[in-house]
Design a protein. Structure first.
Length: 115
């Protein structure tokens, strides 16, 4: 089982990034997918979620209107489009797969936003 995030990097405030998470080793289309983030000295927090069919999404209040989660079940991929980035969005971003009591985590990708 693998979840591999990519697409992080350094961006100026107001800029955009698109994170990707490639899944393998499990039935991706059966799993709900989530993006979490963890800033230095803070707890990991849920920022976006998408159901297995890709027709239902949820977002943390702090990112609503700026971040968009999507998935492509044919490619075993989940994405996080990040627009209007702010310095407070700086964190390591992780994707997570959930099915009943089974969960898998990726290793994370760093996002840094300069002011």
């Amino acid at each position: 089982v693998q979840l591999v995030e990519s697409g992080g990097g350094l961006v100026q405030s107001g800029g955009s990034l698109r994170l990707s998470c490639a899944a393998s080793g499990f039935t991706f289309s059966s799993f709900d997918m989530r993006w979490y983030r963890q800033a230095p000295g803070k707890e990991r927090e849920l920022v976006a979620a998408i159901n297995r069919a890709g027709d239902s999404t949820n977002y943390a209040d702090s990112v609503k209107g700026r971040l968009t989660i999507s998935r492509d079940n044919a490619k075993n991929m989940v994405y996080l489009q990040m627009n209007s980035l702010k310095p407070e969005d700086r964190a390591v971003y992780y994707c997570k797969a959930d099915w009943r009591s089974v969960s898998f985590w990726g290793q994370g990708t760093q996002v840094t936003v300069s002011s």
